[in-house]
Design a protein around this ligand. Structure first.
Ligand SMILES: [Zn+2]
Length: 75
């Protein structure tokens, strides 16, 4: 994938972490609320999780220090 800022080729990689909580996203400055999490609002479709870990395929530009994730958000 080409970096949208500097147009150089980005490095493909895997973001990973503890999978006990779902990875969520919400617009604005506040984090995802408990009820949103309970009913599944804000989940990132790019996140593949098991009971203990999660992984996300990402593209990283080492020149601009930016990462791109292809994902959708569930409603
Ligand atoms: Zn770049």
């Amino acid at each position: 994938m080409e970096c949208p800022y500097c147009k150089r080729e980005m490095e493909k990689g895997i973001l990973s972490g503890d999978g006990r909580a779902n990875v969520t996203w919400k617009a604005g400055d506040k984090k995802t609320g408990g009820f949103d999490r309970f009913i599944g609002i804000g989940r990132l479709t790019a996140v593949k999780s098991t009971l203990t870990t999660f992984t996300v395929e990402t593209y990283f530009c080492p020149f601009c220090k930016k990462m791109i994730i292809d994902t959708d958000i569930t409603n």
